[in-house]
Design a protein. Sequence first.
Length: 116
Amino acid sequence: MNNHKVFKMAFASVYPHYITKAEKKGRTKEDVDTIIFWLTGYNETSLAQILENKTDFESFFAEAPQINPNVTKITGVICGYRVEEIENPLMQQIRYLDKLIDELAKGKAMEKILRK
């Protein structure tokens, strides 16, 4: 899939997959939301609007209230790429979120996921 298609994909179309991945490993929707809020600065109300409006990934990240300054602490491989080496800023942000959800599903402690 090329980057443009990913960027235009509705966040709402992927969000249920994040929840399913987490729940299969005994984690919760609330855990997923906590990660999203930490990464982007969104809250419950703004996330609900994003889901309802079918906001695409490009707008989801471009309009985020505040990308967490600790994102540079997110390192490692996701989907075959080292997240810290991804050159396209938007694709890097998408992969940051993928990486955090992956860590959640692998049972990592929330304080470690949130880089505390």
